[in-house]
Design a binder for this molecule. Sequence first.
Ligand SMILES: [Zn+2]
Length: 270
Amino acid sequence: MICPICNHPPTDTVRINNGHSAQLCHECDFLMTVTETDPLRVNAETYPLKTRILTYFLREKEFTSRYGAILALIRRHARIESLLEIGSNIGVFADFARQRGIHVDSVELHDECREFQRLAYKIDAVSDLSALSGRTYNAVVLMDVLEHIPGPVEYLCLIKKFLSRDGVIFLQFPNKNSWASRLAGEKWGWWSAPDHLYHFSGKAVHRAAEKSGYHVVLLNHVSPVLDDLEGIPFLGRLFSPARVLSRWLNVNLFISVKGGSLIQALLKPR
Ligand SMILES: [Zn+2]
């Protein structure tokens, strides 16, 4: 195995969730899950359609608030008249953006998720980027996606051609160096191996951006507060009852804090 960012061999092995291990590239501060499984099959088995629908249904308030914050963040750095979402899941964010007057195209690998988008939101998602060849967008959004894609540097290179002049890429993924991951160790909920092939740090984002011809306009650590509190060993379960309120209130506030369990980054081509 070599690091897909710097092409050097990893130096250490680290234990992550459920007995899985990952190899660490010190150079990039980047972890790679050791696995032989097919990522697409694993993802489909980990998140069946009914689980995806139920998650968004129960946490609608939370996601609405989160998506509003993400659009506001992107707007501080680019105008957004058109947006491409890659890995659009069941289409909740794509629909949210479209309802705010943005032209949205949507890419989703899973057939049943695309079908749900069509039935629920009348969004005709495509299964492959090549179907959108020649189109450009002010923003390309990959939320919780890049950690699933073999060859993240090549993928970042590939999607550059979908950016209009002054367009930005918005990325979000788990932060392997978050305080929650350090406290919970192998029990941290976002290792998610073998579904997550890669585990990013801020340094890895900078390295991957540099290698694929981007500069990092912004890099934030964000904490979904309730998720992170629940992840605290032994004490975490004390916070779980707050979840029952999530149908009516956003009980999982999304705050910018150093060491938060998610990294959000905006990239622009160099
Ligand atoms: Zn590396």
